[in-house]
Design a protein around this ligand. Structure first.
Ligand code: ZN
Length: 185
């Protein structure tokens, strides 16, 4: 017997989509947790086709010392390898943080069908914040976007990471300063 909420979700495709978006964003958040555990800026991605995850990725910039190693890029490569095709038109990409210029570039190149993201990136976001590259009529691919899915969880994980990083930097500065060489010597 279905609960009322479940049968309502099945009756209403929009509600069903919203529930699915939350479920897949939870998986993207798990990827972000993997990044966090590795000391990386915690951003995670999953790519979904027909309800199945076919690509996952988390930010590995420090580990690989690569400016290209954003979560979205790793997931797109995995999904394209899995499909044996660069065209991911029938795929949805979930990412916990608003994608940057490079990653929206890759999303457009891969012809991703739909983008769902968590919190905004006021400093580098290329979907809403600085640019609106997913909806630019001059480009040859446009796609529907849904932002703000589990935004609070994504933002909290990022601020936890950055506050710990600041704390670490501060304490390493403190130990460098004391009992370091006398200043002005
Ligand atoms: Zn990026």
């Amino acid at each position: 017997m279905l609960k009322d909420s479940e049968s309502a979700a099945q009756d209403d495709p929009l509600r069903e989509q919203a529930a699915q978006d939350i479920a897949f964003m939870r998986l993207a958040l798990q990827e972000a947790q993997n990044a966090y555990a590795c000391g990386e800026v915690p951003v995670g991605t999953v790519i979904v086709r027909d309800g199945e995850v076919i690509g996952t990725g988390f930010n590995r910039r420090e580990q690989l010392q690569s400016p290209l190693a954003h979560a979205e890029i790793g997931a797109i490569e995995q999904a394209a390898t899995f499909r044996a095709s660069w065209r991911l038109t029938d795929c949805d990409l979930y990412v916990t943080f608003e994608p940057c210029i490079m990653c929206v570039g890759a999303i457009l190149q891969a012809r991703i069908g739909r983008l769902i993201f968590g919190c905004l990136d006021a400093k580098a976001g290329a979907v809403e914040s600085l640019y609106k590259l997913c909806d630019d009529s001059r480009l040859n691919h446009r796609l529907p976007v849904r932002g703000g899915v589990l935004a609070q969880e994504s933002a909290e994980l990022l601020s936890k990471f950055f506050s710990e990083l600041r704390h670490k930097k501060k304490s390493s500065r403190d130990t460098e300063r004391w009992p370091g060489p006398a200043e002005g010597a």
